[in-house]
Design a protein around this ligand. Structure first.
Ligand SMILES: Cc1cc2nc3c(=O)[nH]c(=O)nc-3n(C[C@H](O)[C@H](O)[C@H](O)COP(=O)(O)OP(=O)(O)OC[C@H]3O[C@@H](n4cnc5c(N)ncnc54)[C@H](O)[C@@H]3O)c2cc1C
Length: 392
């Protein structure tokens, strides 16, 4: 077993860390307060290869392996979860989905522009009455000659107000449940595509662009189908395997940011004539955070490795998403406590980490759903349990 990173992986991690510390972190607090996404970072991430991350160079990508891409997500999340959220939706849920399911023509038309940031992508699955239960979606796609006419509403769509390209899921036959769902690549200038900001203020990810999108008699040509008619559910789930790795790696970033903030604070904050880091109950918090962050990182790297080797990775990715987001939630909760009243203000970043991490436990499949995925996979696949790698 080789725990060493390749030179290329080290270089990508270094470049992501430098970018995150120098260009993302300084903006994170203000973007959160103003609820404004720092859009100027998008072309910059394109230049650095992060937007095209795992795509091959022939489609404008950087050809990063999945371990490298996990480090990109981790480093950016350490600085700002909203920027990491943008990236996971744009790359994991949109570009990678087109790469997996698109025709050659669709790949050539969209991927290079997504990789440079000229086109921004969003993923429109969730509806007011259909979240986890995707098959019950109410958005419909009515076939008329060579066109589909789409009607319905999506909400919580990250990047939705700014996106140029929307991956839209709609049912061609609601009676068929998941087998009736289709995926469409939709230009957001299409008549009938209407968007507005989400109502209410988010708990976290406050710099993210979250939209409610309505489709009103929106006509799209048949060529906009991604995959065949009825493949939409498989397209949506395949995208989530990519996206969840980004969420899991991002959660490791939040957990690590909590460790870093706590170590600095525990060294410098003095009470009873000592740094609080000298107290064993503080040491217990720091050590639990460090152990759980390291365990989460190993699960993420293992899932990324399985993906990189072209092996099945749904269970591993769900394990990483579930554990890393729970571990980061415990870390953020304790980080605020360890900072005392200083952690209760947005003068300290740990307050934002605590608000942001809740979203990680909800989106791209709540953590209850991750547990269901893991258990179903384990219970049905007895042969695979004999494979030592699946025990890790
Ligand atoms: C910050 C943020 C960004 C998002 N970005 C996007 C995006 O870009 N695109 C997009 O399409 N969506 C997005 N979402 C939506 C997100 O994916 C959904 O919120 C999520 O899938 C859960 O759906 P729901 O909110 O409707 O909850 P529900 O499905 O209504 O679930 C409510 C509760 O019931 C539980 N539950 C449901 N079914 C079961 C079951 N079978 N067994 C056990 N428990 C169950 C859930 O775990 C949860 O605790 C985003 C959400 C957030 C918070």
């Amino acid at each position: 077993m080789d725990f060493e990173l390749t030179e290329a992986q080290v270089a990508v991690r270094r470049s992501a860390r430098t970018f995150a510390e120098a260009e993302v972190r300084p903006l994170a607090r203000e973007s959160d307060e103003k609820r404004e996404f720092p859009w100027h970072l998008v072309p910059r991430m394109g230049q650095l290869g992060f937007l095209g991350g795992p795509l091959p160079p022939e489609y404008g990508g950087a050809g990063f392996d999945y371990v490298s891409m996990a480090f990109v997500y981790e480093e950016i999340s350490k600085a700002c979860s909203s920027v990491r959220g943008f990236l996971a939706v744009h790359v994991g849920l949109t570009s990678m989905c087109i790469y997996d399911w698109g025709t050659e023509e669709q790949k050539r038309a969209y991927l290079p522009r997504l990789a440079s940031g000229q086109t921004i992508g969003c993923y429109c699955l969730t509806e007011p009455n259909a979240g986890t239960d995707v098959a019950s979606m109410e958005t419909t796609a009515r076939r008329e000659g060579n066109e589909y006419v789409i009607n319905g509403r999506k909400h919580w769509i990250t990047n939705g107000n700014r996106a140029d390209l929307a991956l839209v899921f709609a049912s061609a036959d609601r009676a068929l449940k998941h087998k009736g769902i289709c995926a469409f690549l939709v230009d957001t200038c299409t008549p009938g595509f209407k968007r507005q900001r989400m109502i209410g203020m988010e708990l976290g990810h406050r710099a993210s662009d979250h939209a409610v999108i309505d489709f009103e008699e929106m006509r799209v040509p048949r060529e906009c189908l991604l995959g065949a008619e009825g493949d939409g559910f498989k397209v949506a789930m395949g995208a989530l395997d990519h996206g969840r790795l980004g969420v899991a790696a991002g959660a490791v970033g939040v957990a690590q940011a909590c460790v870093d903030a706590c170590v600095e604070f525990a060294r410098n904050r003095r009470q009873f004539d000592k740094p609080i880091g000298d107290f064993q109950l503080i040491q217990e918090m720091v050590s639990d955070m460090v152990v759980e962050t390291s365990a989460a990182r190993l699960l993420v790297l293992f899932a990324a490795h399985q993906k990189m080797m072209g092996r099945r990775n749904t269970r591993e990715t769900s394990m990483a998403k579930y554990y890393a987001t729970e571990a980061a939630s415990r870390a953020a909760n304790n980080a605020v406590l360890l900072h005392g009243s200083y952690g209760y203000s947005n003068n300290s970043p740990v307050e934002r980490y605590l608000r942001d991490i809740k979203g990680y436990q909800i989106y791209e499949g709540t953590n209850q759903i991750q547990r269901i995925i893991i258990a179903r996979d384990v219970l049905k696949d007895l042969d695979r349990q004999m494979d030592i790698s699946s025990v890790i």
